[in-house]
Ligand binder design. Structure first.
Ligand code: CA
Length: 362
Protein backbone atom coordinates (compact mmCIF):
# COMPACT_ATOMS: atom_id res chain seq x y z
CA UNK A 1 0.00 0.00 0.00
CA UNK A 2 1.44 3.43 -0.95
CA UNK A 3 1.60 6.39 1.35
CA UNK A 4 -1.28 8.22 -0.27
CA UNK A 5 -3.75 5.35 0.10
CA UNK A 6 -2.56 4.86 3.69
CA UNK A 7 -3.32 8.51 4.46
CA UNK A 8 -6.65 8.17 2.70
CA UNK A 9 -7.47 5.06 4.74
CA UNK A 10 -6.41 6.83 7.90
CA UNK A 11 -8.62 9.78 7.06
CA UNK A 12 -11.57 7.48 6.43
CA UNK A 13 -10.96 5.69 9.74
CA UNK A 14 -10.66 8.98 11.62
CA UNK A 15 -13.82 10.23 9.91
CA UNK A 16 -15.63 7.05 10.91
CA UNK A 17 -14.49 7.54 14.49
CA UNK A 18 -15.74 11.12 14.58
CA UNK A 19 -19.01 10.03 12.98
CA UNK A 20 -19.39 7.26 15.51
CA UNK A 21 -18.63 9.61 18.37
CA UNK A 22 -21.02 12.17 17.01
CA UNK A 23 -23.77 9.58 16.81
CA UNK A 24 -23.64 8.80 20.52
CA UNK A 25 -26.76 10.35 21.99
CA UNK A 26 -26.66 11.66 25.56
CA UNK A 27 -28.92 8.80 26.63
CA UNK A 28 -26.52 6.18 25.17
CA UNK A 29 -23.56 7.80 26.86
CA UNK A 30 -25.51 7.56 30.10
CA UNK A 31 -26.32 3.92 29.42
CA UNK A 32 -22.58 3.28 29.15
CA UNK A 33 -22.23 4.36 32.76
CA UNK A 34 -25.07 2.15 33.93
CA UNK A 35 -24.45 0.25 37.14
CA UNK A 36 -25.04 -3.48 37.36
CA UNK A 37 -25.74 -5.54 40.48
CA UNK A 38 -25.17 -9.25 40.23
CA UNK A 39 -25.79 -12.12 42.60
CA UNK A 40 -23.30 -14.99 42.58
CA UNK A 41 -23.88 -18.44 44.11
CA UNK A 42 -21.25 -21.07 44.85
CA UNK A 43 -21.00 -24.76 45.78
CA UNK A 44 -18.68 -24.06 48.72
CA UNK A 45 -19.39 -23.64 52.43
CA UNK A 46 -19.17 -20.11 53.88
CA UNK A 47 -15.53 -18.98 54.26
CA UNK A 48 -14.29 -22.33 52.86
CA UNK A 49 -10.58 -21.62 52.39
CA UNK A 50 -9.11 -21.11 48.92
CA UNK A 51 -12.39 -21.83 47.11
CA UNK A 52 -14.98 -19.54 48.74
CA UNK A 53 -12.36 -17.02 49.83
CA UNK A 54 -11.04 -16.98 46.24
CA UNK A 55 -14.52 -16.27 44.88
CA UNK A 56 -14.96 -13.39 47.32
CA UNK A 57 -11.67 -11.93 46.09
CA UNK A 58 -12.92 -12.32 42.51
CA UNK A 59 -16.07 -10.31 43.28
CA UNK A 60 -14.03 -7.58 44.94
CA UNK A 61 -11.66 -7.50 41.97
CA UNK A 62 -14.49 -7.05 39.48
CA UNK A 63 -15.69 -4.10 41.55
CA UNK A 64 -12.21 -2.56 41.47
CA UNK A 65 -11.72 -3.15 37.75
CA UNK A 66 -15.06 -1.58 36.87
CA UNK A 67 -14.88 1.33 39.30
CA UNK A 68 -17.94 -0.08 41.04
CA UNK A 69 -20.05 -0.31 37.88
CA UNK A 70 -20.43 -4.07 38.32
CA UNK A 71 -21.09 -5.02 41.94
CA UNK A 72 -21.22 -8.76 42.67
CA UNK A 73 -22.69 -10.08 45.91
CA UNK A 74 -21.50 -13.60 46.73
CA UNK A 75 -23.63 -16.28 48.43
CA UNK A 76 -21.99 -19.48 49.72
CA UNK A 77 -23.54 -22.90 49.09
CA UNK A 78 -26.90 -23.16 50.83
CA UNK A 79 -27.30 -19.44 51.48
CA UNK A 80 -29.45 -18.73 48.43
CA UNK A 81 -29.53 -22.07 46.61
CA UNK A 82 -28.19 -25.52 47.62
CA UNK A 83 -24.50 -26.18 46.79
CA UNK A 84 -25.48 -28.30 43.82
CA UNK A 85 -28.20 -25.90 42.69
CA UNK A 86 -25.66 -23.48 41.19
CA UNK A 87 -25.93 -24.69 37.59
CA UNK A 88 -29.75 -24.44 37.44
CA UNK A 89 -29.86 -21.09 39.24
CA UNK A 90 -27.43 -19.47 36.75
CA UNK A 91 -28.89 -21.29 33.74
CA UNK A 92 -32.42 -20.07 34.52
CA UNK A 93 -31.18 -16.52 35.16
CA UNK A 94 -32.46 -16.36 38.75
CA UNK A 95 -28.88 -15.32 39.58
CA UNK A 96 -26.35 -13.89 37.15
CA UNK A 97 -23.29 -16.04 37.90
CA UNK A 98 -21.86 -18.86 39.94
CA UNK A 99 -18.71 -20.73 40.92
CA UNK A 100 -18.55 -24.51 41.00
CA UNK A 101 -17.05 -27.52 39.19
CA UNK A 102 -18.32 -28.79 35.83
CA UNK A 103 -18.16 -32.49 36.76
CA UNK A 104 -20.96 -31.99 39.30
CA UNK A 105 -23.31 -31.62 36.32
CA UNK A 106 -22.50 -35.00 34.72
CA UNK A 107 -26.14 -36.08 35.22
CA UNK A 108 -27.46 -33.11 33.21
CA UNK A 109 -24.61 -32.80 30.78
CA UNK A 110 -22.29 -35.77 30.31
CA UNK A 111 -19.73 -33.80 28.28
CA UNK A 112 -19.19 -31.35 31.18
CA UNK A 113 -16.89 -33.80 32.99
CA UNK A 114 -13.87 -33.20 30.75
CA UNK A 115 -13.81 -29.52 31.74
CA UNK A 116 -13.00 -30.26 35.38
CA UNK A 117 -10.73 -33.26 35.31
CA UNK A 118 -10.77 -36.87 34.17
CA UNK A 119 -8.65 -39.73 35.56
CA UNK A 120 -5.15 -39.70 34.07
CA UNK A 121 -6.11 -36.53 32.20
CA UNK A 122 -4.17 -33.27 31.97
CA UNK A 123 -2.58 -31.51 34.94
CA UNK A 124 -3.28 -27.83 35.72
CA UNK A 125 -0.74 -26.53 33.21
CA UNK A 126 -2.10 -28.85 30.53
CA UNK A 127 -5.72 -27.90 31.28
CA UNK A 128 -4.88 -24.22 30.92
CA UNK A 129 -3.05 -24.87 27.65
CA UNK A 130 -6.09 -26.76 26.36
CA UNK A 131 -8.52 -24.05 27.48
CA UNK A 132 -6.66 -20.94 26.38
CA UNK A 133 -4.70 -22.11 23.33
CA UNK A 134 -6.31 -25.42 22.35
CA UNK A 135 -10.02 -25.94 21.70
CA UNK A 136 -10.92 -26.46 25.36
CA UNK A 137 -12.73 -23.20 26.08
CA UNK A 138 -14.44 -23.14 22.66
CA UNK A 139 -15.78 -26.65 23.26
CA UNK A 140 -16.85 -25.77 26.80
CA UNK A 141 -18.80 -22.77 25.45
CA UNK A 142 -20.41 -25.02 22.84
CA UNK A 143 -21.39 -27.65 25.45
CA UNK A 144 -22.87 -25.01 27.81
CA UNK A 145 -24.59 -22.88 25.12
CA UNK A 146 -27.88 -24.79 25.28
CA UNK A 147 -27.98 -24.10 29.02
CA UNK A 148 -27.60 -20.30 28.45
CA UNK A 149 -24.26 -20.41 30.24
CA UNK A 150 -20.88 -18.89 29.51
CA UNK A 151 -18.06 -20.80 31.23
CA UNK A 152 -14.60 -19.57 32.23
CA UNK A 153 -11.79 -21.50 33.94
CA UNK A 154 -11.60 -19.93 37.41
CA UNK A 155 -9.27 -21.88 39.67
CA UNK A 156 -7.44 -25.18 39.81
CA UNK A 157 -6.66 -27.54 42.67
CA UNK A 158 -3.47 -28.87 41.10
CA UNK A 159 -2.82 -32.62 41.45
CA UNK A 160 -4.99 -33.90 44.29
CA UNK A 161 -4.12 -36.75 46.67
CA UNK A 162 -5.18 -40.37 46.12
CA UNK A 163 -6.79 -40.52 49.53
CA UNK A 164 -6.73 -41.89 53.07
CA UNK A 165 -6.69 -45.66 53.52
CA UNK A 166 -6.86 -48.07 56.41
CA UNK A 167 -5.73 -50.92 54.16
CA UNK A 168 -2.47 -51.02 52.31
CA UNK A 169 -2.71 -50.95 48.51
CA UNK A 170 0.05 -53.08 46.98
CA UNK A 171 -1.76 -54.74 44.08
CA UNK A 172 -4.88 -54.13 42.02
CA UNK A 173 -6.46 -57.06 43.91
CA UNK A 174 -6.33 -54.94 47.10
CA UNK A 175 -9.24 -52.90 45.72
CA UNK A 176 -11.49 -56.00 45.87
CA UNK A 177 -14.10 -55.40 48.54
CA UNK A 178 -12.50 -52.10 49.62
CA UNK A 179 -15.18 -49.73 50.83
CA UNK A 180 -14.21 -46.30 49.56
CA UNK A 181 -15.85 -42.92 49.31
CA UNK A 182 -14.80 -41.55 45.91
CA UNK A 183 -17.16 -39.67 43.58
CA UNK A 184 -17.23 -39.29 39.81
CA UNK A 185 -15.35 -41.24 37.15
CA UNK A 186 -12.69 -42.23 39.72
CA UNK A 187 -15.40 -44.06 41.64
CA UNK A 188 -16.50 -45.92 38.50
CA UNK A 189 -12.88 -46.95 37.91
CA UNK A 190 -12.22 -48.43 41.33
CA UNK A 191 -15.69 -49.98 41.19
CA UNK A 192 -14.43 -51.85 38.12
CA UNK A 193 -11.44 -52.93 40.17
CA UNK A 194 -13.85 -54.53 42.63
CA UNK A 195 -14.25 -51.81 45.28
CA UNK A 196 -17.57 -51.01 46.96
CA UNK A 197 -17.94 -47.30 46.17
CA UNK A 198 -20.01 -45.11 48.46
CA UNK A 199 -20.97 -41.46 48.17
CA UNK A 200 -21.10 -39.68 51.48
CA UNK A 201 -21.70 -36.02 52.22
CA UNK A 202 -18.63 -34.22 53.57
CA UNK A 203 -19.98 -34.14 57.12
CA UNK A 204 -20.25 -37.95 57.38
CA UNK A 205 -16.87 -39.01 56.02
CA UNK A 206 -14.83 -38.69 59.22
CA UNK A 207 -17.09 -40.80 61.45
CA UNK A 208 -17.59 -43.39 58.69
CA UNK A 209 -13.84 -43.79 58.42
CA UNK A 210 -13.44 -43.86 62.19
CA UNK A 211 -16.10 -46.55 62.65
CA UNK A 212 -14.94 -48.69 59.73
CA UNK A 213 -18.09 -48.07 57.67
CA UNK A 214 -15.60 -47.18 54.95
CA UNK A 215 -11.94 -48.28 54.56
CA UNK A 216 -10.86 -45.30 52.52
CA UNK A 217 -11.79 -41.85 51.25
CA UNK A 218 -10.42 -39.30 48.88
CA UNK A 219 -10.83 -35.58 49.51
CA UNK A 220 -8.60 -32.87 48.06
CA UNK A 221 -4.98 -32.43 49.16
CA UNK A 222 -2.96 -31.99 52.38
CA UNK A 223 -4.24 -28.49 53.22
CA UNK A 224 -7.97 -29.31 53.16
CA UNK A 225 -7.50 -32.91 54.33
CA UNK A 226 -5.83 -31.80 57.58
CA UNK A 227 -8.86 -29.65 58.34
CA UNK A 228 -11.09 -32.74 57.94
CA UNK A 229 -8.93 -34.57 60.53
CA UNK A 230 -8.57 -37.75 58.45
CA UNK A 231 -4.99 -38.25 59.75
CA UNK A 232 -6.51 -39.15 63.14
CA UNK A 233 -8.56 -42.05 61.76
CA UNK A 234 -6.54 -43.42 58.79
CA UNK A 235 -3.15 -45.14 58.59
CA UNK A 236 -2.02 -44.47 55.04
CA UNK A 237 -2.11 -41.34 52.91
CA UNK A 238 -1.62 -42.23 49.25
CA UNK A 239 -0.67 -40.09 46.28
CA UNK A 240 -1.02 -39.13 43.54
CA UNK A 241 -4.66 -38.23 42.89
CA UNK A 242 -4.72 -40.10 39.57
CA UNK A 243 -8.49 -39.50 39.43
CA UNK A 244 -8.22 -35.68 39.72
CA UNK A 245 -4.86 -34.58 38.34
CA UNK A 246 -5.78 -30.93 37.74
CA UNK A 247 -9.35 -30.14 38.68
CA UNK A 248 -10.50 -26.88 37.15
CA UNK A 249 -13.10 -24.79 38.93
CA UNK A 250 -15.60 -22.88 36.84
CA UNK A 251 -17.09 -19.42 36.69
CA UNK A 252 -20.47 -19.68 34.97
CA UNK A 253 -22.31 -16.60 33.79
CA UNK A 254 -25.88 -16.43 32.53
CA UNK A 255 -25.61 -15.56 28.84
CA UNK A 256 -28.27 -12.84 28.87
CA UNK A 257 -26.69 -11.16 31.88
CA UNK A 258 -23.26 -11.32 30.21
CA UNK A 259 -24.57 -9.95 26.89
CA UNK A 260 -26.27 -7.07 28.69
CA UNK A 261 -22.91 -5.81 29.97
CA UNK A 262 -20.99 -3.21 27.98
CA UNK A 263 -17.85 -4.66 26.39
CA UNK A 264 -15.43 -3.24 28.96
CA UNK A 265 -17.36 -4.83 31.83
CA UNK A 266 -17.35 -8.20 30.07
CA UNK A 267 -13.59 -7.86 29.71
CA UNK A 268 -13.36 -7.10 33.44
CA UNK A 269 -15.28 -10.30 34.31
CA UNK A 270 -13.08 -12.39 31.98
CA UNK A 271 -9.90 -10.79 33.32
CA UNK A 272 -10.85 -11.33 36.96
CA UNK A 273 -11.70 -14.98 36.16
CA UNK A 274 -8.28 -15.51 34.55
CA UNK A 275 -6.64 -13.88 37.57
CA UNK A 276 -8.56 -16.16 39.95
CA UNK A 277 -7.51 -19.14 37.83
CA UNK A 278 -3.82 -18.35 38.43
CA UNK A 279 -4.23 -17.21 42.03
CA UNK A 280 -6.17 -20.24 43.22
CA UNK A 281 -3.66 -22.72 41.82
CA UNK A 282 -0.82 -20.75 43.41
CA UNK A 283 -2.61 -20.79 46.76
CA UNK A 284 -3.29 -24.53 46.53
CA UNK A 285 0.33 -25.34 45.66
CA UNK A 286 1.78 -23.24 48.47
CA UNK A 287 -0.66 -24.30 51.20
CA UNK A 288 -0.49 -28.00 50.26
CA UNK A 289 3.30 -27.90 50.52
CA UNK A 290 3.11 -26.30 54.00
CA UNK A 291 0.44 -28.77 55.16
CA UNK A 292 2.43 -31.77 53.90
CA UNK A 293 5.29 -30.68 56.15
CA UNK A 294 2.89 -30.81 59.10
CA UNK A 295 1.66 -34.28 58.13
CA UNK A 296 5.23 -35.57 57.91
CA UNK A 297 5.69 -34.64 61.58
CA UNK A 298 2.85 -37.00 62.52
CA UNK A 299 4.62 -40.33 63.03
CA UNK A 300 1.43 -42.42 63.17
CA UNK A 301 0.56 -42.02 59.48
CA UNK A 302 2.47 -43.30 56.49
CA UNK A 303 2.60 -41.10 53.41
CA UNK A 304 3.02 -43.32 50.36
CA UNK A 305 2.87 -43.36 46.58
CA UNK A 306 0.73 -46.02 44.90
CA UNK A 307 2.98 -48.75 43.45
CA UNK A 308 3.66 -48.51 39.72
CA UNK A 309 1.66 -51.67 38.92
CA UNK A 310 -1.37 -50.21 40.72
CA UNK A 311 -1.17 -46.93 38.79
CA UNK A 312 -0.74 -48.85 35.51
CA UNK A 313 -3.78 -50.97 36.38
CA UNK A 314 -5.87 -47.92 37.31
CA UNK A 315 -4.82 -46.19 34.11
CA UNK A 316 -5.94 -49.14 31.98
CA UNK A 317 -9.35 -49.22 33.71
CA UNK A 318 -9.63 -45.41 33.45
CA UNK A 319 -9.11 -45.46 29.69
CA UNK A 320 -11.83 -48.13 29.35
CA UNK A 321 -14.24 -46.17 31.56
CA UNK A 322 -13.63 -42.84 29.79
CA UNK A 323 -14.17 -44.45 26.37
CA UNK A 324 -17.52 -45.82 27.61
CA UNK A 325 -18.60 -42.43 28.97
CA UNK A 326 -17.54 -40.67 25.75
CA UNK A 327 -19.74 -43.01 23.71
CA UNK A 328 -22.92 -41.77 25.44
CA UNK A 329 -23.53 -38.80 23.09
CA UNK A 330 -21.92 -37.09 20.08
CA UNK A 331 -20.87 -33.99 22.01
CA UNK A 332 -19.03 -36.05 24.66
CA UNK A 333 -17.27 -37.96 21.89
CA UNK A 334 -16.23 -34.71 20.22
CA UNK A 335 -14.86 -33.28 23.49
CA UNK A 336 -13.05 -36.49 24.41
CA UNK A 337 -11.48 -36.82 20.94
CA UNK A 338 -10.15 -33.29 21.11
CA UNK A 339 -8.97 -33.69 24.72
CA UNK A 340 -7.14 -36.96 24.02
CA UNK A 341 -5.53 -35.61 20.84
CA UNK A 342 -4.37 -32.49 22.64
CA UNK A 343 -3.03 -34.58 25.51
CA UNK A 344 -1.13 -36.84 23.13
CA UNK A 345 0.58 -33.91 21.43
CA UNK A 346 1.31 -32.15 24.70
CA UNK A 347 2.71 -35.38 26.19
CA UNK A 348 5.33 -35.71 23.47
CA UNK A 349 6.53 -32.20 24.32
CA UNK A 350 6.18 -32.62 28.11
CA UNK A 351 8.23 -35.82 28.13
CA UNK A 352 11.08 -33.79 26.71
CA UNK A 353 10.42 -30.70 28.85
CA UNK A 354 8.58 -30.95 32.21
CA UNK A 355 9.18 -34.65 32.86
CA UNK A 356 12.87 -34.63 31.88
CA UNK A 357 13.46 -31.56 34.00
CA UNK A 358 11.38 -32.54 37.04
CA UNK A 359 13.76 -35.13 38.48
CA UNK A 360 16.48 -32.50 38.58
CA UNK A 361 14.32 -29.76 40.02
CA UNK A 362 13.11 -31.87 42.95
CA1 CA B 1 -11.26 -34.85 45.23
Amino acid sequence: MDRRSLIKKGAVAAGALIAAKGSVSPSRAYAGEKKFRWRMVTSWPPSFPILQTGVERFAKRVGELTGGRLAIRVYAGGELVPPLGVFDAVSSGSVQCGHSAAYYWAGKCNAAQWFTSIPFGLDAQGMNAWFYYGNGLKLWEEVYSKFNLIPRPAGNTGVQMGGWFNKKIENMSDFKGLKMRIPGIGGKVIGKAGAAVTLLPAGEIYTSLERGVIDATEWIGPFHDIRMGFYKVAKYYYGPGWHEPGSTLELIVNKKAYDRLPQELRVAVDTAAAELNVEMLSEFETKNAMALKELHRDKKIKILTFPDKVLQGLRRLSMETIAEIARKDPLSRKVNDDFQNFKKELSAWNRLSEKAYYDYML
